[in-house]
Design a protein around this ligand. Structure first.
Ligand code: GLV
Ligand code: MN
Ligand code: MN
Length: 410
C-alpha cells in the first residue's frame, strides 16, 4: 500500500485560480462551453499540465487529455477528469474540481517520483453542461461513440453557432475521437445534493447515475391584440405552457420518492405585453433512478401535453431530444473508491448520482466510478455553490487512492 498524499493547498489554490476565469459578482462562475472564457480556462489547464511534465493533446471534440507515462505504456491508461464549462450562473466546483483533482493526482505522483505501472491521464471534457449546446455530456458522449462526430459538431446554440465552428474558432478542433482502450475512468465531483451533508459523511461512493430524458416542446396558437380579442376566442400559447409547467411539477410529485421534473427554459413569442403569445418554446428535464418509472413519467407527460393543446386549440410539437438509461458503475471501480476512502480514514456512504456526468458515458466504454464530496446546503448550479477545502482535499485523496489501485506501481 502506498502512502502518497495529495497537496490540499495546491489543489485549493488551483481551483480558486481557475474560478477567476468567468468569475461573477455573486462569487460564482459563468464559463459557457466554447466561449472565449472557456478557451482561457483550457489554455490555463494545458499550461499547468505541461508544467507537470504531461504530454497534452486534444481530439476532434476538443476534449483535452494530459498523459503521464507509466512503466508499461502498452497498458490502457487510468484516467480521471470532468469538465471546465459551467452553467450561466454556475459555481466554482461543478466540473473544475474533477479536472483539477486529476491534475493534483499527477502533481502528487511527480512530487513522490512515483512510477505507476499503467499510464495516467487527466481529461477535460467539452460541453458537459449542455447549457449552451444541448444536450449535456456531448464531448464524452462522442468519445464513447454515443454521438457520431458529425452529429456532435452540428449541435447549435441559440444563435445557430455550432460546436464544430466554435471549436475551430477557439483553436481546439483536433482529430479523431475515442476508439481507444481506457483501463479505468474516475471522476471526482461535488454531490450537488443534500445527502452527504445531512448524513455527515465525507465521501459519497457513487454506485451509478439515474436515468434522464430531455424534451423540447413548441406550442403554437395565434398572436392577437391583448385589448380587443375576447377571452373566448383566444389561442394563447403561454396559457398552454403554464398548464404544462403545472403538469410537469405534478408528475414529479406523483413519482416520489425519487423523481425529478423541471421546466428550466421558456421562450415566449413575440414577448410583448399587449400581444397574446402566439408561440412558446419550452424544455422539460425528467429524471428517475428506475427506467420503467421514467417511462411512466414520459407517458403521463405526453397525455398532459396533448390534452392541453386540444383544450386551448394549440398545435403541439413534442420531441424527446435526449435520454440515457440508469447506469450502474463497474463493481471493481466502486470498490476502489470505497477502499480508497477507508484507506484514508474518511467516513463514506453509497449514493446514486442525481446529476448527469461524463462518467455516465464513460461507463459504456470503460470500467468507471465516481467520488462525491459534500457541498454546502446541497446547492449547485448556483453562484453560491460551495465546498470546504478539507472535503475537496478528501475527494482528491480518494481519487489518488482509487487510481493507484487500478494503475499499480510503486
Ligand atoms: C448536469 O449538470 C446535469 O445533471 O444536468
Ligand atoms: Mn458537473
Ligand atoms: Mn453541472
Amino acid at each position: 500500500m502506498h502512502n502518497l498524499k495529495i497537496n490540499s493547498d495546491r489543489l485549493w489554490n488551483s481551483l480558486m485560480e481557475m474560478a477567476k476565469i468567468g468569475a461573477t459578482e455573486k462569487g460564482g462562475v459563468c464559463r459557457l462551453a466554447l466561449t472565449d472564457l472557456d478557451r482561457e480556462s483550457r489554455d490555463l489547464f494545458v499550461q499547468w499540465c505541461e508544467a507537470a511534465g504531461c504530454t497534452v493533446s486534444f481530439d476532434a471534440m476538443g476534449n483535452i487529455f494530459a498523459r503521464r507515462p507509466g512503466r508499461n505504456n502498452d497498458q490502457a491508461p487510468v484516467m480521471a477528469g470532468s469538465h471546465l464549462d459551467s452553467q450561466p450562473t454556475g459555481g466554482k466546483f461543478d466540473g473544475a474540481f474533477g479536472v483539477l483533482a486529476g491534475l493534483e493526482v499527477i502533481r502528487a505522483l511527480n512530487d513522490a517520483e512515483f512510477e505507476t505501472e499503467a499510464p495516467v491521464e487527466v481529461v477535460a471534457w467539452t460541453n458537459e453542461e449542455g447549457s449552451r449546446f444541448p444536450p449535456a455530456m456531448v464531448g464524452s458522449g462522442a468519445f464513447a461513440q454515443i454521438f457520431d462526430l458529425e452529429e456532435a459538431h452540428g449541435k447549435a446554440d441559440i444563435d445557430g453557432k455550432t460546436i464544430g465552428e466554435e471549436l475551430a474558432r477557439i483553436g481546439y478542433l483536433g482529430e479523431g475521437c475515442g476508439g481507444r482502450d481506457i483501463g479505468a475512468y474516475f471522476e471526482a465531483h461535488i454531490e450537488q445534493g443534500p445527502v452527504l451533508e445531512a448524513e455527515e459523511k465525507t465521501i459519497g461512493v457513487v454506485t451509478g447515475g439515474q436515468a434522464q430524458r430531455w424534451y423540447e416542446i413548441v406550442l403554437t396558437g395565434r398572436e392577437s391584440h391583448a385589448g380587443p380579442t375576447p377571452m373566448a376566442v383566444r389561442r394563447d400559447a403561454l396559457v398552454g405552457a403554464a398548464e404544462i409547467v403545472q403538469a410537469v411539477n405534478r408528475i414529479g410529485h406523483e413519482f416520489q420518492p425519487s423523481a425529478c421534473a423541471t421546466v428550466g427554459m421558456m421562450q415566449v413569442s413575440p414577448n410583448s405585453r399587449n400581444v397574446i403569445p402566439g408561440e412558446v418554446f419550452m424544455t422539460v428535464d425528467f429524471r428517475h433512478p428506475d427506467d420503467d418509472r421514467l417511462k411512466e413519467m414520459n407517458d403521463a407527460l405526453v397525455v398532459a401535453a396533448e390534452a392541453t393543446a386540444a383544450k386551448h386549440t394549440l398545435s403541439l410539437n413534442f420531441e424527446q431530444i435526449w435520454s440515457f438509461a440508469a447506469t450502474p458503475f463497474e463493481a471493481s471501480c466502486v470498490a476502489a473508491v470505497r477502499e480508497g476512502a477507508e484507506q484514508a480514514g474518511f467516513s463514506h456512504l453509497d449514493i446514486v448520482s442525481g446529476a448527469g456526468h461524463d462518467a455516465i458515458y464513460m461507463a459504456s466504454v470503460a470500467p468507471s466510478g465516481m467520488i462525491f464530496v459534500p457541498c454546502e446546503d446541497g446547492i449547485s448550479h448556483n453562484e453560491i455553490e460551495n465546498a470546504t477545502p478539507d472535503d475537496i482535499a478528501a475527494g482528491c485523496q480518494v481519487l489518488l487512492n482509487a487510481m493507484l489501485e487500478k494503475a499499480g506501481g510503486q
